[in-house]
Design a protein around this ligand. Structure first.
Ligand code: LLP
Length: 421
C-alpha cells in the first residue's frame, strides 16, 4: 500500500508516524487520513469532469463508510450520497449533504423510509433508485398522500456477469437487484405508477471490487439502450459504483486507472446515447471503495503467541467483529508491523472471536512478534467499521482522523461497557 511506508524503521501513514498514535489510543482502532480522502474524492470528480462528462455528480456510497466527520469532509468537497436506509439518509443530511445530491438505492425501502425521503425537501431527495414494481407503487402512493411528486430512477438489471466475489456481484437475473428491461418498459405505460411520480433517470450497479471493466462496458451500453427506449426527457444516467482497489500486490497490475475508467464511461455514453439524441442528461456515479478504502487503516495489538506444532498463531486484539472482510469474503488485506522487521516467520494472524474464520491472514511472513507489538491491517477504510458488529459482546472500536494540519482527532469514541451493556 503506497500510502504506508517505513522511515527510520517506523511505519508512516501518508507521512505520519504511526508509532505515536499507536501508543496514545487504546487498541484496536481505525485511523483515517483527511489528505488521502480529499485527494481520492477530487481525483475521482476531476477525472470525470476532465473527460468531458456532463455536469458529473459523485454520490459517495455511505455503506462503505458512514462516519459523520468523514462525510462532512466529502460534503465540503461537493460530494453527494448514495444511501440505502433511513439511517444513512439522516447521517448524510446531518453531515451537510444536500437532498438534491442524494440517491436512494436498495431493494427493501420501507414506507417510513420513503416518507422520510419525500419530506426532506419540497419534492424529496434527488432520486429513488427503484428496484421493483411494488416499490414504485408504494413510492407513488406515499407521494399521493403527501401531495408531492417523487423523483424516480429505474435501477436496471443489465444481466451481465462481472468478475468479482459472488457475494458482491449484483447485475444478473439471479440477483435480487434492479429491474429487467421488459419490466421497466411495461411500467412506463401503467398510469397507476405515475400520478405523483416522474421518471428522471436510469441507473445500474453491477457489483463491487471490479478490476475488469468488460462487464461494466456491456452494462453501460444496456443502460443507454434502455434510456433511449423510454423516450423520456431523463435528467441523469447513473453508472453506479464498483470500481475496485488493489488490496493484493498482484491486483496492482490489473487495477484500472481512473482516467481509463472515465474514458470508458465517456466514450460508451457518447457512442450509445448522446450521439443518438438531443437530450443531455448529466452523469451520476456511486463510488464507495475507490474513495475511502485507502484512506483508512486498522491498528491492532499483539496479545500473545501460540504455537500448535507447525502452526504459529499470533493472537491480536482486533476481531472479525471489527473488520469482517477477511472472514466473510476470504478477502486479502496486507498486514504490516509498525516497527519494521524482516519477515521470517510464517504465521496466522488471528483475533479473539470464537470462530475459526476470525483470521486476518494465514501463512503470512512476519517478524518475530511479542505481546504489545502493533500490527496494521491495510486498506481498511471501506466496509470496515461500517460492517462491524458487537459479536461476542465486544464494544465497537475507536475511530481517529489525521487532519490536514497533522493533528490527530477522535472522530468516534470506542464503545465502552456503559454504552454496550
Ligand atoms: N451503489 C450501490 C447501489 C451499491 O450497492 C454499492 C455497493 C455501491 C454503489 C458502492 O460500491 P463500491 O464503489 O464501494 O464498490 N461489503 C462488500 C462490498 C459490498 C458492496 C455493496 N454495494 C465488501 O467489503 O467488499
Amino acid at each position: 500500500m503506497k500510502e504506508l511506508t517505513y522511515k527510520n524503521k517506523k511505519l508512516h501513514f501518508n507521512e505520519f508516524d504511526l508509532t505515536e498514535i499507536a501508543k496514545k489510543f487504546k487498541t484496536p482502532f481505525f485511523v483515517y487520513s483527511e489528505n488521502i480522502l480529499t485527494q481520492n474524492y477530487l481525483h475521482f470528480f476531476n477525472s470525470a469532469a476532465q473527460t468531458g462528462l456532463i455536469n458529473p455528480l459523485v454520490c459517495f456510497a455511505l455503506k462503505s463508510n458512514s462516519n459523520k466527520e468523514l462525510l462532512k469532509i466529502l460534503a465540503s468537497l461537493g460530494s453527494g450520497a448514495d444511501i440505502v436506509s433511513g439511517g444513512e439518509l439522516k447521517r448524510a443530511l446531518e453531515a451537510g449533504i444536500p437532498p438534491e445530491k442524494i440517491v436512494f438505492s436498495g431493494v427493501g425501502k420501507t414506507e417510513e423510509e420513503i416518507i422520510f425521503a419525500l419530506k426532506v425537501k419540497r419534492n424529496g431527495i434527488y432520486s429513488f433508485n427503484v428496484e421493483s414494481l411494488e416499490e414504485l407503487e408504494l413510492i407513488n402512493s406515499c407521494a399521493v398522500k403527501l401531495k408531492k411528486t417523487a423523483r424516480i430512477c429505474f435501477r436496471l438489471n443489465p444481466v451481465v456477469q462481472p468478475k468479482t466475489h459472488k457475494y458482491i456481484s449484483t447485475g444478473n437475473k439471479t440477483h435480487k437487484f434492479g429491474l429487467l428491461e421488459a419490466d421497466i418498459m411495461s411500467a412506463l405505460h401503467h398510469r397507476k405508477y405515475w400520478t405523483n411520480s416522474k421518471l428522471v433517470g436510469i441507473s445500474i450497479h453491477i457489483g463491487s471490487q471490479l478490476l475488469d471493466l468488460k462487464a461494466t462496458k456491456s452494462a453501460i451500453i444496456k443502460l443507454c439502450d434502455v434510456a433511449l427506449k423510454t423516450k423520456e426527457p431523463l435528467e441523469f444516467l447513473d453508472v453506479g459504483g464498483g470500481l475496485g482497489v488493489d488490496y493484493h500486490p498482484d491486483e496492482t497490475k490489473k487495477l484500472p486507472h481512473l482516467s481509463d475508467y472515465m474514458n470508458l464511461v465517456s466514450t460508451t455514453l457518447n457512442q450509445h446515447f448522446y450521439s443518438k439524441t438531443e437530450l443531455r442528461p448529466r452523469v451520476v456515479f456511486e463510488p464507495g471503495r475507490r474513495i475511502v478504502a485507502k484512506a483508512g487503516i486498522f491498528v491492532m495489538k499483539v496479545l500473545r503467541n501460540k504455537i500448535s506444532e507447525n502452526n504459529h498463531f499470533v493472537i491480536v486484539d482486533g476481531g472479525m467483529n471489527d473488520f469482517m472482510r477477511p472472514s466473510l469474503y476470504g478477502a486479502y488485506h496486507e498486514l504490516l508491523t509498525i516497527k519494521e522487521g524482516k519477515g521470517i516467520n510464517p504465521c496466522h494472524i488471528v483475533g479473539p472471536i470464537c470462530e475459526s474464520s476470525d483470521c486476518f491472514g494465514s501463512h503470512r511472513l512476519m517478524p518475530q512478534l511479542k505481546s504489545g507489538d502493533f500490527i496494521v491491517l491495510c486498506d481498511a477504510g471501506a466496509y470496515g467499521y461500517s460492517m462491524g458488529s458487537n459479536y461476542n459482546l465486544r464494544g465497537r472500536p475507536l475511530e481517529t482522523l489525521i487532519k490536514k494540519n497533522k493533528r490527530v482527532v477522535v472522530i468516534n469514541k470506542a464503545q465502552d461497557y456503559s454504552k454496550l451493556l
